[in-house]
Design a protein around this ligand. Structure first.
Ligand code: NAP
Ligand code: HSE
Length: 429
């Protein structure tokens, strides 16, 4: 095989190491699939003195220019993480005529449009399959296999760390801090795990998924975000008693004339829902298209080799096009300018957990507060005392978010209400 395609790797951490390993271990098959040898020419790291598995014979550098400006390198693979300097390196690589692959959802969600423009201008490819769902193929299926559909809804478990944490908290009663440490030790969590537990990592992925699904650019700032930091063991127990599990979901819905809404928040999911069975670090993306109906994509959403699987697929895709001299065919697909539907206008059932004075007439006062705001209640339960207070759990019928918010404002001011402990959306079957 005469042709050799040279790769420059920016980063050799959890994902970078996996990419090198997959390219090495599956080299024979990959070269047959591509019609050329793929070789890693140089790798950018911060610490060039550190011993790196599978990279004994590869040049390490701490100067990005060694890779970005190397005329022999065809494909630059960015696995550094963070916005800067990752964005600048990818832009410069494109300006130098290199195809780019990344797993970086920060950059794709916030500066992806600039990279799409640069890729088009310089006639190179830009691929980012691993930026959402780790090893799960979802970007390519949306852009290619499902492109004949109008996508009306996407609901995804897109953060492995929080799904791992919620699963362990639900199944073993583990405490929040120890399961977060476990997720970090397994290489699932971001360098700063606040991005995982506060929902920002999922929000970036939600913005990417929504932009591709609705063919309309959704800015990260438009995505409303709530993470899992306020989930208490009591919420997990009530979910269990009522026939639900708590999951952190990225949700993108088309509300027709009102526009599209994109958000991340915990949800009570019925145990019968397909996403309820998605446990540990697994991710899944459930979508509805006007031709395919419901479909679900499932797999490992984080970790070295699963993420490498998606990165290597993108590398192979670009390498095949280089070999067959095909120019980038599918670039940016955001040809629409959809209106954004405000969160207040969206609808859901809600679970509301309150601590109240334990005295006659309290239930009536609470029911009136919901009633005044036009919120109809499906069920109210009072099972236990917490200190001097009674704990009350109400589940509403489907209401607009703004009406639930009005009810919460009234409840907050009632003298008999000590605190609203949780408000969580309930997804009905
Ligand atoms: P990581 O383990 O922290 O590795 C980062 C690598 O980049 C390290 O090799 C580091 O060098 C190098 N690096 C970082 N900043 C650098 C700089 N300014 N100059 C030179 N080298 C630099 O990160 P990761 O978990 O592999 O994640 C990489 C990307 O994949 C991120 O965008 C992440 O969001 C995304 N991703 C990760 C996962 C996952 O499961 N981990 C899943 C999907 C997507 P040293 O080795 O010398 O420190
Ligand atoms: N921290 C992310 C997660 C890694 O836990 O899903 C994959 O993007």
């Amino acid at each position: 095989m005469a042709k050799e395609i040279k790769i420059g790797l920016l980063g050799s951490g959890t994902v970078g190491t996996g990419v090198v390993r997959v390219l090495r271990e599956n080299a024979e098959d990959i070269s047959k699939k591509v019609g050329a040898e793929l070789s890693i020419k140089k790798v950018l790291v911060r610490d060039t003195s550190k011993k790196r598995a599978y990279l004994e014979d590869v040049q390490l550098t701490d100067d990005a220019q060694d890779i970005i400006a190397d005329p022999e390198i065809d494909i630059v693979v960015e696995l550094l993480g963070g916005l800067h300097p990752a964005f600048e390196y990818m832009l410069a690589a494109m300006q130098n005529g290199k195809h780019v692959v990344t797993a970086n959802k920060d950059v794709v969600a916030q500066l992806g449009h600039e990279l799409f423009d640069a890729a088009e201008q310089h006639g190179v490819e830009f691929k980012f399959e691993a930026s959402v769902g780790g090893g799960i193929p979802i970007i390519t299926p949306l852009k290619e296999c499902l492109t004949g559909n109008r996508i009306t809804e996407i609901m995804g478990i897109v953060n492995g760390t929080t799904n791992y944490m919620l699963t362990r908290m639900t199944e073993d009663g583990s405490d929040y801090d120890s399961v977060l440490k476990e997720a970090q030790a397994k290489g699932y969590a971001e360098a700063n795990p606040a991005a995982d537990v506060e929902g920002l990592d999922a929000a970036r992925k939600a913005a990417i998924l929504a932009s591709i699904s609705f063919n309309s650019r959704i800015a990260l700032e438009q995505v409303s975000v709530e993470g899992i930091t306020n989930i208490e063991p009591a919420d997990i127990n009530y979910a269990n008693e009522l026939g639900y599990v708590i999951k952190l979901l990225a949700v993108a819905k088309d509300y027709g004339e009102k526009g599209v809404n994109v958000r991340v928040h915990p949800v009570f999911l019925p145990t019968s829902h397909p996403l309820a069975a998605v446990k540990d670090v697994f991710n899944a993306i459930f979508l509805r298209g006007n031709a395919i109906g419901d479909a679900m994509f499932y797999g490992r959403g984080a970790g070295s080799l699963p993420t490498a699987s998606a990165v290597v697929a993108d590398i192979i895709g670009e390498a095949r096009n280089i070999v067959s001299k095909v120019p980038a065919v599918i670039g940016c697909t955001c040809y629409n300018h959809r209106k954004f539907c405000p969160l207040e206008e969206t609808e859901s059932s809600y679970y509301v957990r309150l601590h109240v004075d334990d005295e006659p007439g309290v239930l009536g006062a609470i029911a009136s507060a919901f009633g005044e705001s036009g919120v109809s209640l499906k069920s109210v339960i009072q099972t236990r005392k917490v200190g001097d207070h009674a704990e009350i759990v109400a589940v509403t019928h489907i209401v607009q978010h703004k009406h639930l918010q009005e009810a919460a404002d009234i409840l907050q001011k009632l003298p008999v209400v000590d605190s609203i402990r949780s408000i969580i959306r309930v997804e009905e079957d």
